[in-house]
Design a binder for this molecule. Structure first.
Ligand code: NAD
Length: 267
């Protein structure tokens, strides 16, 4: 499938995507590989069914738990040793946490913050020295519309994504001197992902839940559909490409306006 950014050429670039077995991470690894990048995917739970496509696009899939520093270091080191350096890091691995704060256990808090925030810290920490050696690089964090505008149904998730937005801006400032750009995408509602399917499976009425997700995003609502993983990957492609060479510390909402506020009444 062709991309909107057909002129983007990532030949010679090496990239790592965490949480790349499914959903947004998978779409990102595929899109960047289609534009010439040599991609490495680290996931807690690699999906075997994707390996034929991975072989065709030269994507290397590795098992990696982003909560574990040794796993993350191994993923980054493998990309560097196999391909000679690192230019792109997409911190995408994430889990949801739909619970009120009084019901959240300490283990659940740790699982959410460790996956959504500490995982990005660990990969960024180990990627930066290699990007410095290349004279620069691009890091993209998959945050969420919840990182811009918190929601009442998932306070711990919203906290993790809000902190990831703060991390993005802070690291962008710190490493501007290394020509390392750090940006975030803030998606949602994105359909056809494992996280979204899990949310829908929990709903008493699946169809009603889909309608509710769509209704919360003004452009999704007029389009009568959720956002696709590929549409988020297109924004990540822009952020890792030279088209965004002066862009750092930004958070691009790929949410059809969901984080802008209360949408207008339906016509
Ligand atoms: P997804 O569940 O399909 O993808 C998440 C991936 O992360 C999975 O492949 C999973 O195995 C992996 N993962 C989970 N824990 C991990 C760990 N400890 N180590 C390594 N990998 C791990 O869902 P998705 O919607 O594609 O989510 C991708 C990112 O997008 C997440 O950070 C999520 O918070 C964010 N996001 C999604 C939506 C949405 O509507 N789907 C909205 C906003 C933000």
């Amino acid at each position: 499938m062709s991309s909107t950014f057909t002129q983007v050429d990532l030949t010679g670039r090496v990239g790592v995507v965490t949480g790349g077995a499914t959903g947004i991470g998978r779409a990102t690894a595929v899109l960047l590989a289609e534009h010439g990048a040599k991609m490495f995917v680290g996931d807690f739970d690699p999906v075997g069914a994707t390996s034929e496509e991975s072989a065709r696009l030269g994507i290397t899939e590795l098992r990696c738990d982003v909560r574990v520093e040794a796993d993350v270091k191994q993923l980054i080191d493998r990309a560097v040793s196999q391909s000679g350096g690192l230019d792109i890091l997409v911190n995408n691995a994430g889990i949801g946490m739909v619970k009120q704060i009084t019901e959240v256990s300490e283990e659940e808090w740790d699982a959410c913050l460790d996956t959504n925030l500490k995982g990005a810290f660990l990969a960024t920490k180990h990627a930066i020295p290699h990007m410095r050696q290349r004279g620069g690089g691009s890091i993209v964090n998959t945050a969420s519309n919840a990182g811009i505008l918190p929601r009442a149904h998932d306070p711990v998730y919203s906290t993790s994504k809000g902190a990831l937005v703060a991390f993005t801006k802070s690291i962008a400032l710190c490493h501007s001197i290394d020509r390392i750009r750090v940006n975030a995408v803030c998606p949602g509602p994105v359909g056809d992902t494992r996280m979204m399917n899990a949310d829908l499976d929990r709903a008493a009425d699946r169809e009603a839940a889909i309608k509710q997700f769509i209704a919360a995003s003004p452009i999704a609502r007029v389009s009568e559909r959720m956002i696709s993983p590929r549409e988020v990957a297109e924004a990540i492609l822009y952020l890792v490409s030279d088209a965004s060479i002066m862009v750092t510390g930004t958070c691009i909402a790929i949410d059809g306006g969901k984080s802008l506020g209360v949408p207008p009444q339906a016509k």
